[in-house]
Design a protein around this ligand. Sequence first.
Ligand code: C5P
Length: 404
Amino acid sequence: MQNKQLLLGISGGIAAYKTPDLVRRLREQGVTVRVVMTQGATQFITPLTLQAVSGHPPHLALLDAEAESAFGHIELARWADAVLIAPATAHCLAKLAHGLADDLLSTLCLATRAPLLVAPAMNQQMWQATATQANCRLLRERGVRFCEPTTGALACGETGPGRMAEVADIIAQLSTLWRAPVLARRRVLVTAGPTREDLDPVRFISNRSSGRMGYAVAQAAQEAGAEVVLVSGPVHLPTPTGVRRLDVYSAQDMFNAVQQQLVNADIFIATAAVADYRPAQTADEKIKKTAHSLPLALERTPDILAWVSAQSPAPFTVGFAAETQQVAEYAQDKLARKKLDLIAANQVGLPGQGFDSDYNALQLFWKGADEQLEQQSLALTDKLSLARRLIQQIAHLYAQKSPE
Ligand code: C5P
């Protein structure tokens, strides 16, 4: 954190009262902080307080001739090594999502190349509102980092998600943002999404995978400096910035693409929910509903992950295990059977996490020194934050296995 330059945007929420402490702790760690306050923020906390703790007068207005001649807004945007908005109100997030630039803070966010980190804080209903969540999704897709709000008693008297993340957590996220890219020069191949196995020209067998976890993993690997190829089954998701995406349809297509792309891959991460079985025969014409019942003969699809880990040399191989029961047991069995370097297990079928959700929790298993089974739990959070933690652990284990 030493010698880093942070632009701290404060928008108008009650959590603004925590920002002097945030600034003070950042400065203790060697960070230079310049503060930008929205009009609303000045109703909750005085500019003089922020001036005292940051050592610089806060920037308050866009159209201020005096401020512009001293340290203009474009200069400020270039100066920042990162922009942090804490607290970020619903209004502030909406403005960012729509690219508005009607005050100093929103203008700076458009004018900077620095990474943007936001710490939302608001009433729980406002946080859960469809519009707010849609804005957040859009911002995440564009690479904005989130210090997720926590659940608890809110200033408005309600209880729920919407409390600004703790100051210590915000600082921890900021330091991750500034850490050297852990996967620089590494090639990572990721599979994601479901596959479709055709019964006839109009029907197929598939599953409920949305592809979100795999896309988050691809994005997190790219952010960590890796060159990422994403082999994706049919999903409705935008390609993460900087990631090369190859679209496939069936398990066999995915297998073919992985076989082609595996050359030079250092790490293979199989998040795809590949169909385990496909119809033994695909009808050329639509099957008519003439028979009373219709037995379906199915055959196994190729196990892509097992094939990859059996290669010599094999890349660092990571599998996923989505289970509805006995998660840890099945995952450990899969780790051994498929000869994986790491397995990430999650329980599916729980409300609000896993398939088709933005949130997930993972339990990681791998073999440590002396073949001892090691594990780590990654608590329930949004899939991108989870993917970033997973990538940190993968990079750590990869570096142990293949020291430079
Ligand atoms: O054996 P199971 O399907 O539960 O294993 C799950 C893991 O194996 C996931 O990482 C999944 O992406 C991968 N897999 C695969 N090819 C298959 C089936 C699963 O790569 N045909």
